[in-house]
Design a protein around this ligand. Structure first.
Ligand code: IPM
Ligand code: MG
Length: 373
């Protein structure tokens, strides 16, 4: 093993959040420490409240102290937020929206990478036909995260003179916003098979017409060797269930990416396996993108605190953090390989065990730790 970054200190904010967040986070931090011992880096982290627990303790889902603490660090390792306790709050105050969207905006986290991986050992978990997924699934979704209809102005609800209400959301994209996320997708596609499919609705939406043109120009100028294709979002949704591996890297705008990435998640079997990275426009003290790393599976309140949750997505998110925000590629792949090896040797939490005997959260963590080298 080569220790090119011997004794590197990596500093990040830990935001465990609600539900299963804290318990899977503990397992992920243990594995990061072990990976550090093996690969020659040390971690230094501070814990902060976010989501429902922050509403209970501080009156808001993203307290200023949490935001300030994140600003002092080089990355954020995020758990998950939300739960039944806060579901009766007005939508704008709910943990998911009131914590995640402002964090994305504050750190200009414009590129969301969601790797859809189905390990061949777990192919039975996919709702797709066995012959479609026999070799597993490996698709990366690159979603624009700080633009489009989520953030466009005007955004309002008002009463009209005739007594009806009118609600408005606005879909806006700037050339620069499309260019920068395209760059991220180009980099990813070059490291993979070189196939990039950009998804839009250019037969209807102005933003999509611009999207398609800018993506084409950017790829032609910077990566003419890539195999670029374009697909309408309705077709992409269909193709994803028909034959997911026809895609390698998917690139799309914010809302389409929200929808397609959940579809990708479910065809990959378990939400408990899916990691994500949201990369920012700003560089951290390592000269790499500031990022937020979070599992895609949610808080699973029904199993929280029972040592039943699958820690894999949190661990794989930590691996993405090592890779993208700290440049520790070897350590990142060794964590990913350890997760694969633990699964290959039959260790499964309840969500992926299909009725076979399963292990708890901490035991899964120990199994992965013993595979780490
Ligand atoms: C996601 C989530 C969020 C989104 C919600 C919780 C605001 O669905 O990260 O995909 O829509 O972006
Ligand atoms: Mg979503």
């Amino acid at each position: 093993m080569t220790d090119t970054k011997k004794n590197t200190l990596i500093r990040f904010a830990t935001l465990p959040g609600d539900g299963i967040g804290p318990e899977v986070m503990e397992v992920a931090l243990g594995l990061l420490r072990k990976a550090g011992d093996l690969h020659g880096f040390r971690i230094e982290t501070s814990h902060h409240d976010v989501g429902g627990i922050a509403i209970d303790r501080h009156g808001e889902a993203l307290p200023p102290a949490t935001l300030d603490a994140c600003r002092q660090q080089d990355a954020i390792l995020f758990g998950s937020v939300g739960g039944p306790k806060w579901e009766s709050l007005p939508p704008k105050e709910q943990p998911e929206r009131a914590a995640l969207l402002p964090l994305r905006k504050a750190f200009r986290l414009y590129a969301n990478l969601r790797p859809g991986n189905l390990y061949p050992e777990l192919s039975d978990l996919s709702p797709l036909r066995p012959e479609t997924v026999a070799r597993g699934i490996d698709v990366l979704c690159v979603r624009e995260l700080t633009g489009g209809v989520y953030f466009g102005q005007p955004k309002s609800t008002k009463k009209l003179d005739d007594g009806q209400e009118e609600a408005i959301d606005t879909m806006v994209y700037l050339t620069s916003e499309i260019e920068r996320v395209t760059e991220v997708a180009i980099t990813a596609a070059k490291l993979r098979s070189g196939r990039l499919c950009s998804v839009d609705k250019a037969n209807v939406l102005e933003t999509s017409v611009l999207w398609r043109r800018v993506v084409s120009e950017k790829v032609a100028a910077e990566a003419p060797d890539l195999e670029l294709s374009h697909m309408y979002v309705d077709n992409a949704a269909m193709q994803l269930v028909r034959d997911p591996n026809q895609f390698d890297v998917l690139l799309t705008e914010n809302m389409f990416g929200d929808i397609l990435s959940d579809e990708l998640a479910v065809i990959c079997g378990s939400l408990g396996m899916l990691a994500s990275a949201s990369l920012g426009a700003d560089k951290n003290s390592h000269g790499l993108p500031y990022g937020l790393y979070e599992p895609a599976g949610g808080t699973a309140p029904d199993i929280a605190g029972k040592n039943l949750a699958n820690p894999c997505a949190q661990i794989l998110s930590a691996a993405l953090m090592l890779r993208y925000s700290f440049g520790l590629e070897e350590a990142a792949s060794s964590l990913e390989n350890a997760v694969k090896a633990a699964i290959r040797t039959g260790h499964r939490t309840g969500d992926v065990s299909q009725g076979e005997p399963s292990v708890g959260t901490t035991e899964m963590g120990e199994a992965i730790a013993s595979c780490l080298e």
